[in-house]
Structure formats: C-alpha cells, structure tokens
Design a protein around this ligand. Sequence first.
Ligand code: 1HN
Length: 360
Amino acid sequence: MNMDVATTDEGFVETVDREAEAARSPFYGRAQALNLAPLWRVLGGLVTEEPKSPAVPAHWAYADVRPYLMEACDIISTEEAERRVLVFENPGLPGQSRITPSLFAGYQIILPGEVAPAHRHIASALRFIIEGKDAYTAVAGEKTMMEPGDFVITPSWTWHDHGNESDGPMVWLDGLDMHIVNLLSASFREGYGGKVQELHRPEGAALAETGCNMLPEGYVPPSQSSPIFNYPYRRTRDALDQVSRTRNPDPCHGHKMNYINPVTGGPAMPTITTAMQLLPKGFSSQPYRSTAGTIFSVVEGRGRVRIGDVKFDFAPQSLFVVPSWWPMTFEAAEDAILFSYSDRVVQEKLDFFRERRGND
Ligand code: 1HN
C-alpha cells in the first residue's frame, strides 16, 4: 500500500491510499457523469469533529474605516447607491459580503438632507448607531430618531427608509441575516414606489405600548420580532450601570445583558441574538468559546481582546469578529461597553448551540 497524507479541497488532512484511489478513478469519472459522487472522499470535511469556521478573527479601527466612508460620499450619492454601505468582509471569506458564514456587517453613511428610499425584504436588519444624531429610520409606519449606542430593528418584510435631518454625517452598523435567508432560498424584496413611506403612528408609539413592562389589553404582536424597534442607549447604559452595582460580573462576560422581545421574553430578533455588556475597568475575563460566531462593536472604553492567539487592542467604535469555536478573553483597561450580535438564537432553535467556559 502506498499511503499518503493529502489535503482535501476543504483543507482537511486525510490519509489516502494513492494506488487504490488511482484504481477507483475511472469509477469516479463515470459516476461524475451521472452527477454522482463518493461520500467517502468528502465525509471528514462534511461532518467535522468540531466546528471549523472558514472565518478568521478580524478587527477594524474606526480611524481607519471612517476616511473610506467619507470618500464613498464623494463618489456616490445615497440615491444612486440605494444604501451607501461599506461591507466588512471577513478575510477568510473574501468577496462574499460575509463577516461570519451566516451574518452580514456593514457601515452605512447618510449625509444631511439625504434619504435612503423605502423598501422591504425578507432579511431582517439591525442598526447599531456609531456616529451622528438627528437621523431617523421609519419602520412599518413609525419613525424613530437615532443616537449613538441605540439598537434599532427592521423586522422581516417591513417597509423601511432612512433620512438625515441633521447638519452632520450619520453612520451606523448594519447587521443582516440574508445569508441565512439565502441558504434557504427564501429571499424576496420590493421597492415601496415612493421615496418615503406613509407614517401612520406617532413617534414613540412602539416604546410606549411595549417598552414599559406593560402591554395594551388584547395586544396581538405583528411578528416574531420585538415590537420595540429602538432600544435607546440611555436606557441600556443605565441598566448596565445599575446591574453592575447589584451583581458580580460573570467571569467570562462581565455584566452582559441580552436584548429581549417583551412579548415573549426571548431574543429581540428571531434570527439574530443581540446583547450589550459592561466590562468593568481592570476586568480580565476567563476564556469563553461558543458555536455562535459573534460581531462586537465597541461603544465606550479601551481594552484588549484575545481570540485564539490573535490579539486586538480595541477602542470606541472598534469592530471585531470572533468566529465560531475560537476561544476569547477580554481585558478592560477602562470601563468598556460592547454591543454584540450573533446567530445564537438560530442555533438554539435548531439544538446546535454549544458553549464552553474556561480553558478546556
Ligand atoms: C439594506 O436594505 C439596508 O435598508 C442596509 O438600510 C444594508 C445590506 C444588504 C442588503 C440590504 C437598509 C443592507 C441592506
């Protein structure tokens, strides 16, 4: 036997008997002509012993990204682009508009007076505000003004348009689940047929109805997404501050709070788990890994994240990605506030989700 170590297309190392494989080769060729393929040549890569993400850890500093956003404003209008977005591409997944295999991340910039026209799609979106004020998004007939640190939801198949009524640029992080939608070939999209949608609810209606730990008698939720579509930073920050006075920090996560849908108590979005966490100054976390590849956006504070043997220093408005099953630890040089999103809720619904705390 002539045993060789070979690397498959998926990058997995296998032991191969070259002579036997050569003898089987005509069979493989004839089978291929009938669109048949031998499982035994690909099994190891199809069903891995542990998660092997094609994504890699990556970090973007806002000072590096912002000039490109500004330059994008010089070369294309929101009108022409429809959405003026620079996509964060995972270096392990170039050209695919993926920051993880399942999730999209991009920064959208909208200048004073511009409008991003109304449309809707099956993909759900989150907005996490990075810079600017007095810009709005309108979702399903209601407008909300956005500020840095606000977490805003565009549920599946809801009309949405954005506008900037301020005198400065507005930048937010767009997180979308279209890769999950597309995996299942379930995408639809349509234009509204007018720049801005008709508003039929006063600003603040959603927060009053569903964001005060009460629900109107007889309330029927319009979708599986949280009816609160803007979680204001002021409230989130206050909650983290209060919680940090009454609880000890989790050894892996510090003070971490998940955004919830008040109707169900479950995650705010049906396909994307979202959270905000406070790492107190001087906090040094225990290692943590999970199968949910996670995108982090830093709101406040400086520190360091270690992902496997890769280290990134983070600062306000940094963005970084931790792929599935990579161990991560945090060190906070200052009180740090981190927004994050992942596909955890999807994995939990399908019984896929696994996590491991500590060093094993
Ligand atoms: C989209 O519709 C928006 O509505 C932002 O603001 C980013 C990225 C990919 C596909 C659709 C938006 C998007 C997007």
